[in-house]
Ligand binder design. Structure first.
Ligand SMILES: Cc1ncc(COP(=O)(O)O)c(C=O)c1O
Length: 364
């Protein structure tokens, strides 16, 4: 019998996440030299991993016959020092994606709703659907989250509000005052998940820890995949109220963070030079791409992150052309006149702009 006949019905309609294409796949498909392909599709760090993290990961490999520390004691300890929160406020995940999924496990079920922006990070919708709950996608006029409309979309069935600042894929960000007011406006039985995946790139990042300390149901998530350059090792975390963290720990697997990832993330937190360099390269890259887009007559959404959403005549065609010429960017089905371009090194950005120029010229 076809397994679909005895599977849960909502799984049959579950969309599958479409990741940015790996370099090797594009090289195979287009007969390109992998060394000449720039992946500017997944907002990764163009400088590679933090060198300190790499050394720590190599050392940790020698002990992979042993299970990892399920409590992530050392990494959690370091995060408590940096964030000035208690151990009981932290939950680590196999990427911050896992923390998003833990939230869905703990708070969402059929009959409940999660509010999110229609151009928010795709995984919010996926984890909501996975639990058989309903994603309520709020319009984003001007491509920024409309906090008034999001608040109005909250109903007695709402359990979670997902919001990233800076947001992926738009790059838009909210001020601390806006986020605090929004969090305070929500009912006490609605979890406000503020996704801070790109917060390290932002100047003057908002701080919601006072709200958490005062007892609001707020969970902030962060990742080692972006500025720390460890996307391939999968490490993320959330900090929140202790009772919320305790619920998420119930839903997680005993050894969800592997030993190599734990060691690398711990060392990456100490690599402040690398983080500063990554921030500088990003700032220069944003300016370089912004100037290039202006020269090409392309409008871009001002970005507080390590990528830019740029308007093009046809997103799918621009993606196809750029890919065939060695620059992988990201198209979006619900943004047909945009592509998202991750900030690369100066050379990668220059090649991307040259390919964009050629794409525009190819349209005659
Ligand atoms: C807004 C946002 N949140 C979360 C993630 C997931 O990151 P991680 O690699 O930590 O799972 C991403 C990755 O692109 C993201 O853009």
């Amino acid at each position: 019998m076809d397994a679909a006949r005895f599977a849960q019905s909502h799984i049959l309609n579950q969309p599958v996440y479409q990741p940015g294409k790996p370099i090797a796949q594009v090289a195979r498909e287009f007969g390109l030299d992998p060394a000449r392909i720039d992946k500017l599709a997944s907002n990764e760090n163009p400088l590679g991993p933090s060198p300190k993290a790499l050394a720590a990961a190599a050392a940790a490999l020698r002990e992979v016959n042993l299970y990892p520390d399920g409590s992530c004691w050392d990494l959690t300890g370091k995060l408590t020092e940096i964030l000035q929160v208690g151990r009981d406020q932290l939950v680590l995940g196999n990427g911050s994606n896992e923390v998003l999924e833990l939230v869905a496990h703990a708070f969402l079920a059929p009959g409940t709703e999660a509010v999110m922006g229609v151009h928010g990070f795709a995984v919010y919708r996926l984890v909501t659907l996975l639990m058989g709950a309903k994603p309520v996608e709020v319009a984003m006029p001007g491509l920024a989250h409309d906090l008034v409309a999001m608040r109005a979309a909250v109903t007695p069935r709402t359990r979670v509000v997902f919001l990233a600042s800076p947001n992926n894929p738009t790059g838009t960000a909210h001020t601390e005052a806006e986020l605090v007011n929004f969090a305070r406006s929500l009912p006490e039985d609605v979890l406000f998940l503020l996704d801070e995946a790109y917060v390290e790139y932002q100047d003057g990042a908002p701080d919601l820890r006072p709200l958490i300390a005062e007892g609001r149901p707020v969970l902030c998530t962060r990742t080692f995949s972006k500025i720390y350059g460890l996307a391939g090792l999968r490490v993320g975390y959330g900090y929140t109220r202790p009772d919320i963290a305790a619920l998420l720990h119930r839903a997680r697997q005993p050894f969800n963070l592997n030993a190599v990832a734990q060691a690398a993330a711990l060392a990456a937190l100490d690599d402040t030079d690398f983080v500063q360099r990554s921030r500088d390269v990003n700032r220069r890259g944003l300016a370089q791409l912004g100037a290039g887009f202006r020269e090409l007559g392309l409008a871009a959404v001002p970005s507080a992150a390590n990528f830019i959403l740029v308007e093009v005549p046809d997103g799918a065609k621009a993606f196809g052309f750029l890919q065939a010429h060695g620059t992988i960017v990201r198209p979006f089905g619900n943004l047909p006149h945009h592509v998202r371009i991750s900030v690369g090194t100066a050379d990668q950005n220059e090649r991307c702009l040259a390919n964009l120029r050629a794409y525009l010229a190819s349209r005659g």
